[in-house]
Structure formats: C-alpha cells, structure tokens
Write a protein that binds this ligand. Sequence first.
Ligand code: GLC
Length: 562
Amino acid sequence: MTSRSPIAPASAPESGDLPASRLDPSTATPNADWWRTATIYQIYPRSFADANGDGMGDLAGVTSRLGALQELGIDAIWLSPFYTSPQRDAGYDVADYCDVDPLFGTLADFDALVAEAHARDIRVIADLVPNHSSSEHPWFQAALAAAPDSPERARYLFREGRGEGGSEPPNNWRSHFGGPAWTRVVEADGTLGQWYLHLFDSSQPDFDWTNEEVHDEFRRILRFWLDRGLDGFRVDVASSLVKAEGLPDFTPSDDDEMPPYDGRPAVHDIFRDWRRLLDEYPGERILVAEAWIKPLVRRADWVRPDEMHQTFNDVLDVWDAAPLRDSIDGALTAFDAVGAPTAWVASNHDGVRPATALMLTRAERDGGLGPRTTGIPAYDVSLPRARGMAMLMLALPGSVYLYQGEELGLPEVTEIPDSARQDPTFFRTEGEQYGRDGCRVPIPWESAAPSYGFGPGDASWLPQPAIWRRLARDRQETDPESTLNLYRAAISLRRSLGLDRGAIEWLDGYPPEVLAFRNGDTIVLANTSTEEVPLPTGEVLLASAPIEHNVLTPDTAVWIHA
Ligand code: GLC
C-alpha cells in the first residue's frame, strides 16, 4: 500500500488509463496475509451508487465511486449480493449464482468493477449464499414439479408434515424473519403435499447439504467467480448449512443454546474443502464466515488454519466499557488461540446504524426502528458515541469491517413509511418489527444534487431523509472535523502506527467505565462514563471530539502517543 497522510489523502487516479495492477491474481502476491490487517468496506449494491438512474444502485455505480473508497484508505470491498434474484430478501435469495441481476448490470460490469478496483489496489470480496437459494432457482422449480422422494427434491429439505393428513409442519422451527420455518406445497395433482424448510423467508428454501450434488454445485460457483478474479467470499449464514439428523424439535432452555441448525460439526468439512479449492488460486483469496456462534471459543473453530480466514466478531454495538472489554478480550483470546485475526465490526446491513444504536439498549432497537418508535435520540446527541466507537474499533489489532455510510456517521433512517418498507421481516411479523430498511437507505454523495448524488435523478428505492443534505460526502470532505475525515485519519494512522499489527494491554488507573489500553506506543482511551477523565501525558494523535483542558469528555475516544 502507498503511504497515506492522516488528514489530506492522496488524490485517487482518474479512471481511464489505469496502471497495471499489483493485485493481478496471475502475478505473485505482493501482500501475503493481506487479510490479517485489512480494512474491508461493505458495499450494499442496492444503496451505494446508481449509474442508470432507476433508483436502484448498480455495479457501474460502484465502479464510478471507487475513487472515494481509495481516498478513504480501505484495502478491500465486500459486495452484498448482486446475483440474479427476485429480490424478495434484497438479493439474499439467489436464482442464478453465476450471473448478475439486470437490476445491477451485467457480468461485463462486474469484470470492469474488479479491474478498476484492482488497479486502485482494492481487493473485491462478494457475498456467497449457500444456505438457501431463491424459490425461483431452477433447482427449486424442478423440485416443486417433481414427486416426493425424487432426486430433484433431495437437493432441498422436503419432509412430510405431522398430525392428521400431514397438516402440521415437520418440526417446530421458526423462521428468522418470523412465522414457521416450513411451507407446504401443492403437489402436481392439486392436493396439499410435503413441506420444505426455509430458515428465512418462504422464498428462500434451504439446501440439503448432505447431498453431494449441492457440494459440486457450490464448488462450481466458487470457481466461476475466482476465475473472474474475485478475491474472496463472505459466506452468508455459514453456520447453518448442516442440520441435525432427523431435524428434531428445538425448545431452547437458555438464550445461548445453539439450535439444531447451527454449528453442527460436519459444517467444517465443507469449509475445509472450500479452503483447499481457494488455495489452488494465487493471490490469497479469502473466506469470511457469518457465524454468530456462541460461545466465542466455538466460533474460533471456523477459523482454524485449514478453514476460513476470518469470522466476524460480535458486533461492537453497545457503548458500555464492561461488555465491550469482554467482547474484545473474548475475541482476541479465542481467535489468537487458532492463529486467526479478529474481524471487528460495528455495523452491517442487518443492524441499526451505530449513530443511532449506541444510545439505545439492544431490547430497545432489536427488530428495527420506525415512525412509531419512541425515544429515538436526536442525531447530534447520538453521533459522538459512534465516532468514539470508530476510534476504539480502529485501534484494535486485526481486520476491520466498515459498512457503507458508517464513515459518514449516517443515522438509522426511522421515518420510512410502512408503504415504502421492503424488508421481509416487516411483512412476516405483520409490522410488529420494522426490520432492516432503516440502515439500507441509499447513501448521500452530493448535498445539492437530486437523490443527494446517489443517482443522476431523484429516484431512490427507499426514501432518503432530509438530514442526508447535511451529511453528504462532498460537505464532509471539506470539513476537517467531519466524521469522514475522522475515519480517513484513523484508517491511515491505524496502519502507520502499526495498531493493525499490534497487541493490546489493558491499563489500570482509570475508572471502570473507561476503556484504556496500550497498543504499541499508542494509548487508547474511550470514555463510556458520564464524567470527564484526565488525560495521561503524551501527544494527542487523534480524538473523536475536540480535547480541551486535558480531559476526555464523556462519549469520546482518543489516541495518545505515549
Ligand atoms: C444473512 C444476511 C441477511 C439475510 C440472511 C438470509 O444474515 O446478512 O441480510 O437476510 O442472511 O440470507
């Protein structure tokens, strides 16, 4: 990587004549183990940038905005799904794993994106959705048309119902989006027939990973994208591919008990197989697991040396020193034990944005926020914690994932009317939960442009709030105090100070509500208390809010050269 100045990032090369890429997968890898310390930026293609003006982001839009990400200083992007899909779960319902949905462009657009990203020294990771397909996938359509016990049905989890006439679901599992995890089909002769399992929406039938055909198909899919130059995969719902034999009922005795569709030992054989396949390719292609396994020591099984490269740590989503410290210690201990880096994350496309969430308890925000939610904090009150969390996270050793718009300090959009909602959670819970639309609103680039520069016109698949004018990237670029410039400086300093390669040591002598640690020559403090805390001596390198009178105010974090 080229060196980066903390405040004034080097201007990015214009697209057009691009230099030969150091990331060309056919050449020897310049950055072995690049992923151990990478800052990876999650792009939600629907909401990042819209080149054709239809109100839906697209791959050409992503390509056109890569310069801004290069300036931010990130090492890689992770693209949420852009595959052919009826979009019942925003693309996490895939109908063709080896093509681009026309909403997002074409395979040629994908190739252009990868080429441009590589020319800018940005690697490209994409979501892979192996737990379930779309119900419009040709395999599932063939399964519906075929008879019970046919090879077509054996790629999914079809079962007879229980009770009289099979009218009850085969077990008591619940969909993550609400309602039962089973849907009954109408057979070819018009009678009610078998049920199929879907841990998510009924349009997302689960594959049967005991079927070798499913394994072969996913090996083919992995190779398809690796051959096109993709640098890795974020594996969606990685922990649920294998279900307990017999699909037994599940009644948890406590919150931490893993259900029979999560973390089954056989799932590891799948990832060992994939790791061998990825290792055949040059350039350190990576696998990162979405596996919210508890306890953390078990999650480390996902990142043993012959399995995945990374698995996300628990989202850093509370502004409270004791649980944060536990989460940090727990992750470092668990992942160190298997030689894997920690993958820190403060937000993603499934959770309330930190600039709103960190003022609320989990119970207050789980299920999403909307117009009828009370007690939502004012933006200026809640932003400081998000800035403090960013500095805390970026001071930790390992890899960091940022979610688009986090670097702008975007809040959750709570004013989306019911009529504009899209998340299946909202519909499957009959509006009881708002779901995740509030963190998926198309992001602002230019304060004075239509759709705030998201696209060429006004169109935006979710309505954008008025506060986007104030938070647009162009405004923040010229404001030295902006959240964008805080992220730029922190990402750059993280590397130049060696925080990404370091190790932390907790410091005594601070109140319990203050997180205090040393990473190399840098002292990091994050004040989650309501009191001011005196600063130790040393040069202030970066602070999430102005430092005056040598004290750290509440909801602020600071890096000090010791
Ligand atoms: C993962 C994704 C989420 C999606 C679900 C089903 O949890 O992050 O967005 O709805 O899987 O694919």
